[in-house]
Ligand binder design. Structure first.
Ligand code: KIV
Length: 257
């Protein structure tokens, strides 16, 4: 990833939660698969990510890592898996590697720098995540853009620097003004991966079901649906229902004789 930054070639990241979409994403040439705790919302149907457990994350990490052939698989550390102590953080991070991930991601800046340092010291590559960190949504009063104004922007910049200094190999910048993301991308030597952070980051990440147009309970401004799979699925399921009701499916072609 570091080489990509220096060569100014964008790093392409999507979230993945299962084997089927892992294979599709790899066929499409995606570089990095993040087993995001966003699965709490898009797979489990919860309103936020806070109830996602280590067991949930390890299960999905095994599915993705088991199917991935060439992409970098990163496991996202869920709420309460790294906050309580450095020791617990390292142990839980190690469990992601045992499940097949090549690295972990955790949210936070200066507050988690000691965790990042301990993990990297023990050979666990870490991706940082600063800006709007969804596990802190209650502290923000909801999912809100962060880093607007001089002081909040300076805080996020020093968070980014702290995570870099602690040894992270890359950094997610979420929901911050594009200008701030540009400054951070220039200020740190590790690649920045943006989500709602404008075009100047070294790479981009989107939640897979958002970019496929499968999940539309809420759509943040930064999401661009590249397909409309929910509409296609609805149409297919309605046609199937109608054809069964009308006796049009199955026909002889779909029957054994
Ligand atoms: O959980 C997730 O999917 C994430 C990405 C959106 C960065 O953290």
């Amino acid at each position: 990833m570091q080489k990509r930054k220096s060569e100014k070639r964008k790093i392409i990241v999507v979230t993945a939660y299962d084997a089927l979409f892992t294979r599709i994403a790899e066929e499409a040439g995606i570089d990095v698969l993040l087993v995001g705790d966003s699965l709490g919302v898009v797979v489990q149907g919860k309103k936020d990510t806070l109830s996602v457990t280590m067991e949930d994350m390890l299960y999905h990490t095994r599915l993705v890592a088991g199917a991935a052939q060439r992409s970098l698989v990163i496991g996202d550390m869920p709420f309460l898996s790294y906050q309580a102590s450095v020791e617990e953080a390292v142990r839980n991070a190690g469990r992601f590697l045992q499940a097949g991930a090549a690295a972990v991601k955790l949210e936070g800046g200066q507050a988690v720098a000691d965790r990042v340092q301990a993990m990297t010291r023990f050979g666990i590559p870490v991706m940082g995540h600063v800006g709007m960190t969804p596990q802190s949504m209650h502290a923000y009063g909801g999912y809100k853009v962060q880093g607007k104004g001089k002081q909040p922007a300076a805080r996020i910049l020093s968070d980014a620097r702290a995570v870099e200094a602690a040894g992270a190999f890359a950094l997610v910048l979420e929901a911050i003004p594009a200008d701030l993301a540009k400054r951070i991308t220039r200020a740190v030597s590790i690649p920045t991966i943006g989500i709602g952070a404008g075009r100047h980051c070294d790479g981009q990440v989107l939640v897979l079901y958002d970019l496929l147009g499968l999940f539309d309970d809420f759509t943040p401004k930064f999401v661009k649906p590249y397909a409309h799979l929910k509409a296609d699925a609805l149409q297919a399921l309605r046609r199937y229902r109608e054809e069964v009701e009308q006796g049009k499916f199955p026909t002889d072609a779909e029957s054994y004789h």
